[in-house]
Design a protein around this ligand. Sequence first.
Ligand SMILES: [Zn+2]
Length: 116
Amino acid sequence: MRMTKETNAIPRQIKRQGSSGLLVTWADNSESQLSSETLRRQCPCAECREKRGDDSHAKPLTGKKRSLSIVQNTREEQLGLETIWGVGQYAIGIRWNDGHDSGIYTFELLAQLAGR
Ligand SMILES: [Zn+2]
């Protein structure tokens, strides 16, 4: 597996695809589709991490470390993306149609979720 280069984790464009997910165009022009399901399952806010039993939020995210999340909650929900917005030059915020909006998705996290 090749190492993720820093520049590969920088999106040129993040496009919301209705409520079903995001289409990310990276600096190298490749594209990744991230489903709402994946994004919500990996919501980086403290509340969701706690629900997942993930206590790694005390540590900074790094592009090279990968951790496997095992999610026990299989409850199916009609979850959709309601809106997204830029956070500084490093992240996006996502608001879900259930009103949840505290997750800040760094570009690094998006790159990880995209398998880059
Ligand atoms: Zn959350």
